[in-house]
Design a protein. Sequence first.
Length: 77
Amino acid sequence: MLIKEMNEEDLKDLKFYTEKEHPYFNNNEYMEHNLQLLMKAINYLPYFLHRKYFYKKKELLKLMKELEEQNSMAKIS
């Protein structure tokens, strides 16, 4: 579900980043592209954590609503 919310380029970059190792420094030179991939992955982490928390909370609230409805139906019967 979270993947559906991402644009195609970001998804491609994250997949590329996670599939293999990327050196960030080589012979007194920073590898700019690899650092950008790292920063993009780091910046997506809070987004994924918050969205996952949101969906779990939504599921819990839905379950609580269903239980409340079942409870009220049992009281009526």
